[in-house]
Write a protein that binds this ligand. Structure first.
Ligand SMILES: Cc1ncc(C[n+]2csc(CCOP(=O)(O)OP(=O)(O)O)c2C)c(N)n1
Ligand code: SF4
Length: 286
């Protein structure tokens, strides 16, 4: 079947604040699914908690709204149970780089085949604007009234250092570019991290659309940028006066699922269950 963006719509409409960057991310996801001609039932979108966490409610694909910081762990389980699914994660910077950072690092290291979209608005959106690990040093919020004390975490250098096989940064205000990044992330065999600058128009009055207009440029516009070169990727990721967006680094390496010695011939979800008696297991645990 040839897909149409409308096939990914749900009856319910998003209730994000008007102008929220999450709209751009959602449109880019639908466009990427359509361009890759993916069936809605071949995709699972697993989300965290937060404004970003509402994504599966408004996409006609399989979905799971998990716990704060646990979306990558839940997505790993989904992928192991059914490796035929395209698994994506929608998660905020609080969930990905704060409470859930360990899960993220382990999944990057293991190279589990999934695409993680971090809605990086540099605040806790849903709980009204507290600081997160990516908030600028000195950024004043309800939880940092004198300004954030620590240096912000750099998700791109972190993912590169952790052995990420696909590390990208996008911007919710540039849907065609973000669509391309999501398509490339889905096509990549292994773990793809896309850190997305996502304006939170309600609680972050600093990193606005106008701010990003001045601050961003595209890596593809740099003549001869080689995304296979880890050292250059690291240098570009550390640039601070302006921020590049695009695919910093991509490398082929076996996925966790391919190397798993316990890998079954068929995905667990496709095993016959009719003749399985679970009574003994139930009795043991309950
Ligand atoms: C374990 C746990 N701790 C705290 C919360 C409260 N909580 C709900 S959303 C949220 C912050 C969400 O911020 P972020 O992850 O950046 O996502 P955003 O809302 O910005 O998309 C917090 C702390 C929770 N739901 N669960
Ligand atoms: S609070 Fe911020 S992140 Fe949440 S919906 Fe509103 S603009 Fe978007």
């Amino acid at each position: 079947m040839v897909q149409d963006e409308k096939n990914f719509n749900t009856v319910a409409q998003p209730d994000w604040c008007p102008g929220c960057g999450n709209f751009g991310i959602q449109v880019a996801m639908k466009k990427a699914f359509t361009n890759l001609d993916l069936d809605p039932d071949s995709i699972a979108v697993i989300s965290d908690i937060g404004c970003s966490g509402k994504m599966p409610h408004w996409l006609n694909t399989y979905g799971l709204h998990s716990l704060h910081g646990r979306a990558v762990a839940a997505a790993s389980g989904v992928k192991f149970a059914n490796r035929d699914l395209r698994v994506l994660v929608s998660i905020g910077d609080g969930g990905a780089y704060g409470i859930g950072l360990n899960h993220l690092l382990q999944a990057i290291r293991r190279n589990i085949d999934m695409t993680v979209l971090v809605h990086n608005n540099m605040v806790y959106g849903l709980t009204k604007g507290q600081m997160t690990p990516t908030s600028r040093k000195g950024f004043k919020t309800p939880s940092s009234p004198f300004g954030a004390v620590e240096e912000p975490l750099n998700p791109v250098t972190m993912a590169l250092a952790a052995g990420g096989s696909f590390v990208a940064r996008g911007y919710a205000g540039d849907v065609p570019h973000l669509t391309m990044l999501i398509e490339e992330g889905i096509k990549h065999s292994g773990f793809s991290l896309i850190d997305i600058f996502q304006p939170c128009v309600t609680f972050n009055k600093e990193q606005t659309y106008a701010y990003y207009l001045k601050q961003l440029y595209k890596l593809e516009e740099e003549q001869g940028y080689d995304r296979g070169n880890w050292e250059t990727a690291m240098q570009k990721a550390r640039q601070n006066d302006r921020w590049p967006v695009g695919i910093f680094y991509q490398a082929g390496r076996p996925t966790y699922e391919e190397e798993d010695p316990g890998r079954a011939e068929v995905p667990a979800v496709k095993l016959p269950v009719e003749n399985i008696d679970i009574k003994a297991v139930m009795e043991r645990y309950f």
